[in-house]
Design a protein around this ligand. Structure first.
Ligand code: NDP
Ligand code: 8X3
Length: 252
């Protein structure tokens, strides 16, 4: 029987590439996101090209009621989930702390931290019932080092780092693996979202070096998600070769 992966934020970037990677290897998928048109299109495309089962669930991870309602009513034949990838997330703005926008802060905390908590809590009963499961949280190098004008985005990703460690301890008794993957700069829609549609600012982020791609991260999710049952990668930091950390990128 095919295994099943649930990916939040599958309409773009890492989530979409991860869906592609797992579907092309015969996994069934539950894909989620807010943009219904993109989600439905991806679902059709994965089913048509790979002959896998794919359930598209359209909701905002910030909406606690939607999250619990959606997963509480998961059809019985979709309840055997092997991997949850908590990927949905974003940065909004790149501003000094004193100049930053309060709504941006709240959106980042609500999405990157609270959304991850809601989805994990809603899915855990299925893992606990089976006595196994794997949660893969997408953190960031911003969750390891704080950089100028990164304030609340960095804080939200430090929280993902901390909660991943906490989950790993508390879920030991249920045999649930917890992996945190912390990518550095990767060229997706991330910067376009961060800079609120400003294409020039977004493309500047990736100018002069070869950044990670969404497919690089999908490959990393694939690797960490396909290890033997007794093996768990706890924490993985991945950058492109041109980047050493949040502060040093060689733009030769
Ligand atoms: P993209 O902007 O390309 O994709 C983000 C995805 O998250 C989209 O599918 C979006 O779907 C979804 N999403 C955002 N907000 C919500 C929400 N409220 N509810 C449901 N889904 C939501 O960015 P990336 O693929 O690059 O980012 C994915 C994750 O990786 C994020 O957590 C990001 O912080 C992290 N990351 C990114 C890095 C990078 O350099 N790109 C580096 C390190 C970490 P929709 O809009 O349809 O809801
Ligand atoms: C995304 C990487 O460096 O923009 O999490 O914070 S960075």
């Amino acid at each position: 029987m095919a295994k099943t992966i649930l990916i939040t934020g599958a309409t773009a970037g890492f989530g979409r590439a991860t869906a592609e990677k797992f579907a092309s290897n015969g996994w069934d998928l539950i894909i989620t996101g807010r943009r219904k048109d993109r989600l439905d299109e991806l679902q059709q495309s994965l089913v048509n090209r790979y002959g896998v089962r794919c359930l598209a669930l359209h909701f905002d991870v910030r909406n606690k009621e939607s999250v619990f309602e959606t997963f509480h009513h998961l059809p019985e034949d979709w309840q055997k989930i092997d991997i949850l990838v908590n990927n949905a997330g974003l940065a909004l703005g790149r501003d000094y702390f004193d100049e930053a926008d309060l709504d941006d802060w709240e959106t980042m905390i609500d999405t990157n931290l609270k959304g991850l908590l809601y989805v994990s809590k809603a899915i855990l009963p299925y893992f606990i019932k089976r006595g196994k499961g794997h949660i893969i949280n997408i953190g960031s190098t911003a969750g390891k080092e704080v950089y100028e004008k990164g304030n609340v985005y960095c804080a939200s990703k430090h929280a993902v780092d901390a909660i991943s460690k906490a989950m790993r301890i508390d879920l030991l008794r249920h045999k649930v693996k917890v992996t945190a993957i912390h990518p550095g700069a990767a060229e997706t829609e991330f910067s376009l979202v961060r800079f609120k549609g400003d294409n020039d600012k977004a493309s500047q982020v990736y100018a002069g070096y070869e950044a990670l791609t969404a497919e690089d991260i999908a490959d990393t999710v694939w690797y960490t998600g396909n290890l033997p049952e007794h093996v768990c990668i706890n924490d993985l930091v991945i950058t492109c070769t041109a980047q050493a950390n949040s502060f040093h990128t060689y733009k030769g």
